[in-house]
Ligand binder design. Structure first.
Ligand SMILES: NC(=O)c1ccc[n+]([C@@H]2O[C@H](COP(=O)([O-])OP(=O)(O)OC[C@H]3O[C@@H](n4cnc5c(N)ncnc54)[C@H](OP(=O)(O)O)[C@@H]3O)[C@@H](O)[C@H]2O)c1
Length: 266
């Protein structure tokens, strides 16, 4: 059964597979027309056709490499001019998991280009129209590795830590504008990102791996509940509350203006 047409549009980056493809399905089920962005045209076209048929919405595939400035500029233009745009899902991301010295600098920068630069530019493009319309939702897909660095994840964790702090700062800036920013921090999820990253999905403890459907349904349930920060796999929400208060306490403890006594020169 299809839902009534909402007349609103959601743009999803990285929609050709994994988490993004499920966001596409779920937002279409909620009546959104879709703009689906990724590099693989065949996958995007097949998904768009399936979703349009299943949910009775319009789904437009837009092939773009968000690591390339000219493609990014095309998507920025779409975001800043589409007056029906209501949701931006900043989902496209890559991971190159391995010791920094064993990957090339180009591999490191490709993660920064997509996970940080593209997300930042697309957000920047959509904010002025969202603020002018006093509505709009930006869903930023970070990772639990944004608060946790492994010996193989220095760059990837750094990019996701950026997404975390960027989103938290934006939430404060946008508090009274009607524009929402939801930060989503998935743990291991069964997608192609793993095999592409250098750490095969099959090598993970399968008990720790979530399906993409569970992940997106949980994240959208969090959005519906008005959450600004969603940890789809974390049962005890007190963990985040305690993390946040320890972080705020540490920050307050840094505002002293003098070296800590242990650094005093005698
Ligand atoms: N899976 C996990 O365990 C996990 C955990 C935490 C966070 N995440 C985050 O979840 C997000 C989605 O990843 P996923 O797990 O669903 O992996 P995925 O299945 O590999 O999806 C990544 C998506 O990004 C697109 N993409 C990659 N490079 C691109 C580029 N240069 N330009 C445009 N699109 C590009 C891919 O499409 P094309 O190849 O067709 O371009 C694909 O649609 C990422 O931000 C990832 O960091 C994943």
């Amino acid at each position: 059964m299809t839902r009534p047409h909402s007349n609103k549009v959601a743009l999803i980056t990285g929609a050709s597979s994994g988490i993004g493809a499920v966001y596409a399905d779920r937002l279409a089920a909620r009546g959104y027309d879709l703009i689906l962005v990724a590099r693989r045209a065949d996958r995007l076209q097949a998904l768009s056709a399936r979703i349009a048929e299943a949910h009775g919405v319009k789904a437009e595939p837009v092939v773009a490499d968000l690591g390339k400035a000219e493609d990014l500029a095309r998507i920025e233009a779409l975001l800043s001019t589409n007056e029906r745009l209501h949701i931006l899902v900043n989902n496209a991301g890559i991971a190159r998991l391995g010791p920094v010295a064993q990957w090339s600098a180009d591999d490191a920068v490709s993660q920064i280009d997509l996970n940080i630069t593209a997300l930042t530019r697309l957000t920047q493009a959509v904010l002025p129209p969202f603020i002018a319309r006093k509505q709009g939702v930006i869903i930023n897909i970070a990772s639990v590795l944004g608060i946790h660095a492994l010996p193989v994840s220095a760059v990837y964790s750094g990019t996701k830590a950026f997404v975390l702090q960027y989103s938290r700062g934006l939430q404060q800036e946008l508090a009274d504008t009607g524009v929402q920013v939801q930060l989503v921090l998935p743990a291991s999820t069964a997608t192609e990102i793993w095999d592409l990253s250098g750490v095969p999905l099959a090598a993970l403890n399968q008990d720790t791996v979530m399906t993409t459907e569970h992940l997106v349904d949980a994240a959208l349930a969090g959005l519906d509940q008005g959450e600004t920060v969603t940890w789809p796999s974390v049962a005890d929400t007190g963990l985040w509350d305690r993390y946040e208060s320890a972080r705020a306490e540490l920050f307050a403890g840094s505002q002293m203006g003098t070296p800590a006594p242990r650094y005093s020169v005698v």
